[in-house]
Ligand binder design. Sequence first.
Ligand code: PNW
Length: 428
Amino acid sequence: MFLLILSLCFTKSFSFFIGVSTSSYQIEGQNKGVSIWDVYTQKNNLHPVGNATNHFLYYKNDIKTMHELGIKNYRMSISWTRIMPHAWNEIDPEGIQFYHNIFDECLRYNITPYATIYHWDLPEYLDISMNGWLNESIVHYFLDYSKILFQEYKDKVKFWMTINEPLTTSTQGYGKSCNFAPGRCSEENQFLSARNQLLAHAYVGYHYKSNYEGDIGIVLNTNWIEPIDKNLASQKCAETRMEESFGWFMDPLFFGEYPDVYKDMLMPFNETEKNMLIHSYTFLGLNHYTTYYINSNCKESVSPDWTQAKSTWLFDQPRGLEKLLRYIGKKYTKTLPIYITECGFSQKNDTLLDLERTHYLVGYINKAHKIIMDNIVNLKGFFVWSFLDNFEWSSGYNETFGIIKVDENCTRKLKLSALVLKNMIPFL
Ligand code: PNW
């Protein structure tokens, strides 16, 4: 019996990995078509992306560094504006080749690539000609575009992620926060863009599952919202807030319908759509960064004891990850493979001795490990955001998340957190 338990523990801990995550727009730079973020930053006088970390030139060196750190799993994204830079369906062979080069380089070092199809860099021509995610035909454009990628890279990529954080795109790019591209904001647009992203994911996921052997999922993000006291009203507020944000996307994917909070408000999915949504994935990607308290008036707060990142919305509070995964295990699934596709910290005064980031990552990985040992959900891996300091959207280069420092000359230097992960990886 003792041996059995021991062996179970070992097989489990060995099947869990730590990887790193990036996205095309935030690291690549040069030689691509115009995206909604190029236009949005220019119009709003925000810091332009420029050449970012110039990963376009330095990718070989970067993937070699990954290898030297012992990293075996790499989540990246493909830029639509590199594959079709100037017009819909006008494919640039150089763009296609660039990602072949990236995947070849990964495979050379035995690094498994996880490719995100859409991480926010929509071609500007799709926003101008058809209103981007507000037009339901985007579902067909996204499907056709994805089919090209699947066909092209099918021998090299076995893990696909359709859309990164549809919640963020809908609330920040089309909804109430309105601080992200394309900045076309109204309540109607917020819900419309969410629905179209869900359906776009569903069509692509369903197509992939019906035609390919590999794995596919969507990447959802959520904070953990915790009642500040035992008051029933606070608990109700916490439940509702989780439903409004996470449930908005999770419920359609798992149950084929919107959660109760939206039932009177949003058009239900028809039977075909339901069926596609429910059969559109083989795993779930989860971006999780932080936790908030909520009180009986549904007002959110944090404790003054929590270490705050440079990003004002981000606090080091790892028990939120544990509670979130327990919530998912109870409400949605214990068996579906789950990957933490992003988790990371933008340290204030971010130096090579990044003790706060290291503290954050060790704490969150500790909770992930505990969840696996306690059999709460089927957690497979944990991708640290991010491999490199990079372009942090509306905040420009002001908030850095990298385990590797990148300076103005694009010189790379390992931070303490990279070295700690390097030493941790062999134990998993
Ligand atoms: C995610 N918020 O975005 C994205 O997937 C990454 O591209 C990004 O760099 C990373 O997290 C760090 O921000 C978020 O305001 C952007 O709560 C904003 C928020 C959360 C996630």
